[in-house]
Design a binder for this molecule. Sequence first.
Ligand code: UD1
Length: 417
Amino acid sequence: MSVFRIEGGETLHGEVVVPGAKNSVLKLMAATLLAPGLSTLTNVPDIEDVTIMAELLRRLGCEVTHSGENISINVPDKPDHRADYDLVRKMRASICVLGPLIARCGAADVAVPGGDNIGSRGLDMHVEALRKMGAQVNNEHGYLLAECQLLTGAHISLDFPSVGATETILMAAVTARGETIIENAAREPEIVDICEMLVEMGADISGIGTSTITITGVSALTPVSHRVVSDRIVAGTWAVAVAMTRGDLTIHGVPAEHLALPLEKLQSAGAQVDSGGQTIQIRMDVRPQCIDVVTLPFPGFPTDLQPQFIALNSIGQGAALVTENLFEARFRFVQELARLGADVRTDGHHALIRGKEGLSGAPVEATDIRAGAGLVLAGLVAQGNTTVYGVGHIDRGYAGFVETLQGFGAKILRVDD
Ligand code: UD1
């Protein structure tokens, strides 16, 4: 088992090209199931979740070849339609095969992913939408069993702009009979990415990037070659690292509009931010001001940057209130942050952080991907040594995490515990 050993106190500098987004590539890999033949994805991040999704696709009968930043998926004429629990339990995002499998095979048996360390994660909107489109969906023996020979378009109003439910409906609707309208659809850049890929495959989708998406079913899709959108959460994590260590960094590959609110927050904290095209430059010369954050669906502040901003606030001037509206258990990690000396009090979905002049290194445990990133950022500014356990979580979402930080001048090592 690896751990990360960090010696805090270095100022980070440098330049980085951000890899493809975890939260997009997994869904794009699943979407290739919609067309028999060879599809290729480029700008694929080298992360554990991609390996798990590749294994899942192989079990469904696909040939998957992963080489560097490219992944090729050869989809058979008749894929299998069962996603087993042993893989789904490793990666909750496996649920994204539900939509394409029912569309392609007329049936999908997908293990129900349990909750995870950031809280319970419902599937009711996925299920209700498929039922509205004519599918029979039952939950039996830990599996969602969905069946429908030909899905029919439907008018679906989501209670909440769920990323996963929007993706399931999109992938189910592209070859359904007639028109599907999704009201209150998610608008994340990763949703735009999958819509664009589906259009390249021959789908008829309008309203992309808005909260009303209209899909007119077509009879079949064709394979595609598509570049995965870059990871705004990785870019945001590096931006916070620089703001905390008072350094400067040029980030390539991510348009500033994908991070508009987090960058605005960093400016309020005292950072200088310049951006143009796909480049963001960030520089920090002062101790950050504490800043309030409220997580919301895009274009609101992303929940996946909440732990990193709590880490930033923990060394800021003043105090800040962070409100988490998406995942109820995402504050669990503040107990670990407290081990580094942070002053954070939580009450329901609010966290009050009183900034401290400094943190002090200690052993801590990462409980999920973003919590892990937040703890590492805190370790980078803590006095002395911090050991981060549970780094498998971080590896699931960040390609070359340690190497990238080392390239910025951080003293961080991966060592066998
Ligand atoms: C995706 C991202 C995750 C990010 C989240 C919100 C991936 C692999 N993960 O997760 O990193 O934090 O978007 O931006 O892309 N909900 C229901 N019923 C449903 C669906 C969702 O109650 O049918 C609830 C969830 O429990 C959660 C909230 O809605 O509280 C948000 O979920 P959703 O937007 O679907 O997030 P995910 O797709 O799971």
